[in-house]
Design a protein around this ligand. Structure first.
Ligand SMILES: Nc1ncnc2c1ncn2[C@@H]1O[C@H](COP(=O)(O)OP(=O)(O)OP(=O)(O)O)[C@@H](O)[C@H]1O
Ligand SMILES: [Mg+2]
Length: 219
């Protein structure tokens, strides 16, 4: 069903190389609140998130996110990938956030001062403002996560796809990020689909769990 809050798959087959991630899966799930995409290492969680963004093509079937195909849905989605490319490591944190801004709401890019202020606001929100001027390569794993989360929040996304946002964080930092995600869903109405092996840290904040296993996907 093409409902604005749903993720819907109709006979979807998705592969990564020789591996079948989804094998003819048909499923409709609400995407309100926080949805955990769970599965073992190599089950295909990252590949599935990329398919939702249109970064990886389906072998067959139809996938709709928030009622739209991935190529259109991605315009209202903020994405935090699992890893950073080496080229990003030399770029200062604040430039990483500013580079993702499109100024799409106004049709023209925001002036650079406004972009900088907006980037600083997002870095403050994720607790990363104090290292905004440092290159990503000189930040710890947890500090980088916060910068990447700020980048995912540029341009007022309606939904966030976060690939392992709690990895590399200590317990206190995990709780801070979980509480921030909770605030984003409650106060701003942003829905979140995330992968994580840290179910304990997520506590009761999840609305549902999607389990990816051996080519099938279940709620
Ligand atoms: N471009 C690719 N070409 C070939 N195989 C790939 C490609 N991308 C991923 N794979 C394989 O597909 C499988 C799923 O990978 P994916 O990264 O989606 O798993 P994951 O569930 O995110 O794992 P993790 O929990 O370790 O992050 C793995 O076996 C991986 O080696
Ligand atoms: Mg992964």
């Amino acid at each position: 069903m093409a409902h604005p809050d749903n993720l819907s798959l109709d006979q979807v087959t998705l592969c990564a190389g020789a591996k079948t991630i989804l094998d003819n899966v048909t499923l409709t799930v609400p995407m309100t609140g926080v949805t955990l995409l769970a599965g073992r290492n190599g089950s295909g969680k990252s590949t599935f998130l990329k398919a939702c963004l249109g970064l990886v093509r389906l072998q067959s079937g139809v996938l709709l996110l928030k009622g739209q195909p991935p190529e259109l849905a991605c315009r209202q989605i903020g994405y935090m990938p699992q890893g950073l490319s080496d080229t990003a490591l030399m770029i200062p944190a604040i430039s990483h956030v500013m580079a993702a801004m499109k100024g799409a709401r106004w049709g023209i890019p925001l002036p650079s001062r406004a972009r900088r202020e907006d980037a600083e606001r997002l870095l403050a929100l994720t607790g990363a403002l104090s290292f905004a001027r440092r290159p990503l390569g000189l930040l710890s794993g947890g500090e980088r996560q916060r910068v990447c989360l700020a980048q995912a929040l540029t341009d007022n996304p309606k939904m966030l796809l976060l690939d392992e946002p709690l990895a590399a964080l200590d317990h206190e930092a995990q709780h801070q990020i979980v509480s921030l995600l909770d605030t984003l869903t409650r106060d701003l109405g942003i829905s979140i689909l995330l992968t994580s092996h840290e179910t304990e840290a997520l506590g009761g904040k999840m609305s549902r769990i999607l389990k990816l296993k051996n080519g099938s996907l279940h709620v």
